[in-house]
Design a protein around this ligand. Structure first.
Ligand SMILES: [Fe+2]
Length: 499
């Protein structure tokens, strides 16, 4: 079989990989999930962030506390699931809602806002029909249409990445969608080349300091991982395939100066267990595997093992002078987090300690020996100074919260060398989302900013706050308030803009 045939077959398998009845559905039928959430929201206003959201809005000037620097100019773009319900049918998992882009524009001390749904094939056809059309979630949609490929049900709801002059709205199992950064209008599916049409393009690309973009996509059926290298304008430079022997959820990956790292949790698939999500089986007695891939030839160079755990997200990876590979991630001891993220759709919340994740630095020494270093406190949504992607870094910035709280309500940086934690607590009245590091000008790593959104549920409003990255505990230097709330999103990025 030549390479072209192989890619072609991969595409077919990839498309079929998502044909199973459900992508991520859990638990109750859709109608009861709808009713359970409706009832729970009346008793628990913290659920506001998971409420179905359909409005597209523009706000010319947000209410500002403090003062945004006049030279802090650019846009924060965020993406996340927003439309969960049609005709009293509610999806069964947080990951299934249609993607909505939020854009905060910072210009000479003022802040404006707009939001818009990504016009995916799924969203457009379901809007036109005024009902859900695809029963990938196994929620009993009447007269569902067939699902011919992953992109048929691609909600483009996970991340938004500036690439060249446009934005790419990203999901995990399908294509990127192009979005105009000024209007948030969708331009269409991004095609890298004809052979790669419909290939999975995951939601956590890694961008090197020179703009080079690396990404991957896993074909669940074959266990093949496709690796992409793109230039800063999003044009394909090269791609390759590795055989991972892995068939379950794979959300993120890492790069170093010379390598790509694929971290494979001990998940396997039980095809008789119902939905795609229910098919994921975590085995605490199996190792977490790490595949180290050479960036030059895209071949697996070595494989390593760590004790069982699960991670959605990684902060960074790098190579020490002696050849030791290091990477950090937000480590869950098990897979319970995925159940928690499903339960919230039915209005069930639980303390953070039910899905406790903490920052861990993993080391792979040249002799093959492995080590783990644990850092105290809850952590998720790790971000670093962007210019250090793949290079040695000291600090990782994460959301955090008290184990007994039901939300992430603080942000912090962790010094991975000293263990020092610099923390700001918004308070338990807030649902705190991912905060990203923005570098500006000279000495970017000592003059950086941390920028992020939070939902203040008692007032039903969302805000965006700016901190000095090296002094979080001093609190935000400025905060801009929307007059309403926006749904909780997943990931975003900042695009600087000259004024
Ligand atoms: Fe993610």
């Amino acid at each position: 079989m030549n390479r072209r045939q192989f890619i072609s077959q991969l595409g077919l398998i990839s498309a079929m990989g998502l044909v199973p009845k459900s992508l991520l559905a859990l638990g109750d039928t859709a109608t009861s999930t709808f009713e359970l959430f409706r009832q729970a929201l009346q008793k628990n206003p913290e659920l506001l962030g998971y409420q179905n959201y359909t409005q597209e809005r523009v706000v010319d000037q947000l209410e500002i506390e403090g003062q945004f620097p006049a030279d802090f100019n650019g846009r924060l773009f965020r993406n996340g699931p927003a439309l969960f319900e049609r005709n009293a049918i509610r999806y069964g998992h947080l990951f299934e809602g249609d993607g909505m882009i939020q854009a905060f524009t910072f210009k000479q001390g003022q802040v404006s806002f707009r939001n818009k749904f990504v016009q995916t094939h799924k969203f457009k056809t379901e809007q036109a029909a005024d009902r859900f059309l695809y029963d990938f979630s196994d929620i009993g949609i009447p007269n569902p249409l067939p699902i011919s490929s992953a992109d048929t049900i691609n909600p483009a709801n996970t991340n938004i990445l500036p690439v060249g002059d446009e934005l790419w709205a990203l999901w995990e199992a399908g294509s990127a969608y192009g979005v105009n950064p000024d209007t948030l209008e969708t331009s269409g599916v991004i095609g890298l080349n004809d052979q790669l049409k419909g290939m999975p393009f995951s939601a956590h690309p890694k961008v090197e300091a020179d703009g080079t973009i690396w990404n991957f996509g896993l074909d669940y059926g074959s266990g093949q991982i496709i690796i992409y290298q793109l230039n800063a304008r999003g044009q394909l430079k090269k791609y390759g395939l590795i055989d991972s022997g892995y068939h379950a959820i794979l959300h993120d990956f890492l790069i170093t100066k010379n390598h790509l790292l694929f971290i494979l949790p001990p998940l396997s698939i039980d095809v008789n267990a119902g939905s795609f999500m229910q098919q994921q089986k975590f085995d605490k007695n199996q190792a977490m595997r790490v595949l180290v891939v050479d960036k030059n030839n895209l071949q697996v160079k070595s494989a390593h093992e760590f004790p069982a755990c699960f991670m959605f997200h990684f902060g960074n990876a790098w190579e020490e002078k002696d050849g030791t590979l290091k990477f950090d991630g937000c480590r869950y001891p098990d897979f319970n987090v995925m159940t928690v993220l499903g339960d919230v759709m039915a209005g069930q919340t639980s303390p953070n300690k039910q899905s406790l994740s903490q920052t861990v630095v993993f080391s792979i020494h040249p002799n093959g020996q492995t080590k783990q270093a644990f850092f105290d406190g809850l952590s998720e949504f790790p971000r670093i100074y962007p210019s250090l992607t793949g290079l040695k870094n000291t600090k990782v910035f994460t959301t955090s919260g008290h184990p007994d709280a039901e939300t992430m309500h603080s942000i912090r940086s962790v010094n991975l060398e000293t263990g020092h934690i610099d923390l700001f607590d918004y308070g338990r009245d807030y649902l705190v989302e991912e905060h990203i590091v923005v570098e500006q000008g000279q000495k970017a790593q000592s003059n950086g900013w941390l920028l992020g959104t939070a939902l203040h549920w008692p007032s039903k409003r969302s805000c965006v706050s700016l901190f000095k990255a090296e002094n979080l505990s001093a609190g935000p230097i400025a905060r801009a308030w929307l007059p309403f709330h926006i749904p909780l999103g997943f990931h975003g990025n900042f695009k600087p803009q000259r004024v």
